[in-house]
Design a protein around this ligand. Structure first.
Ligand code: CA2
Length: 145
């Protein structure tokens, strides 16, 4: 079972700035942990990151037919992108929305997610550990476990 872990804008800077909000773990650490935890629970994880909305959409389109599901931290596009929401809807794959921080405990503009209604669920507020939680949740969803 192949899973895409997709990270959006500015998440390539993880571990370098604002550790009080996003933690000290780098994106490379998170991706390595996803691959490792995925292998433990029987998932083959591929990872991608882009700062560009259109490239994120291209990754979602490419997941159709190759991936069983997607975990996405869409970063700030979560709160703004109708195009990303339409892409998630269009690929008809189970997608888990993920955030490192609890967006509801932050500024009001982060309280709205345009993608949440087209995702199977949301995990947020647990820092880098959330990626493993999302993999467990997606595995359970896919296997009805
Ligand atoms: O909490 C999350 O995971 C977010 O998706 C992170 C986004 C933010 O816009 C969302 O509201 C919530 C921002 C990612 C910025 O990442 C940085 C990492 C290190 C230093 C600066 C920014």
């Amino acid at each position: 079972m192949q899973i895409l872990v997709l990270n959006g804008p500015n998440l390539n800077l993880l571990g370098t700035r604002e550790p009080e909000i996003y933690g000290a773990t780098t994106l490379a650490d998170i991706e390595a942990a996803c691959i490792s935890h995925g292998a433990t629970i029987g998932l083959t994880v591929s990872c991608a990151q882009s700062n560009c909305e259109g490239i994120l959409i291209d990754h979602l389109h490419a997941a159709r037919g190759t991936m069983a599901g997607v975990i996405i931290n869409a970063g700030a596009y979560t709160h703004t992108s109708v195009a990303l929401r339409d892409a998630i809807s269009a690929i008809a794959l189970p997608v888990v929305e993920l955030h490192l921080s609890n967006t509801h405990a932050r500024e009001a503009f982060r309280h709205v997610s345009l993608i949440a209604p087209v995702c199977v669920g949301v995990i947020q507020g647990f820092g880098a550990r959330g990626y493993n939680l999302a993999l467990d949740a997606l595995k359970g969803h896919l296997t009805r476990a």
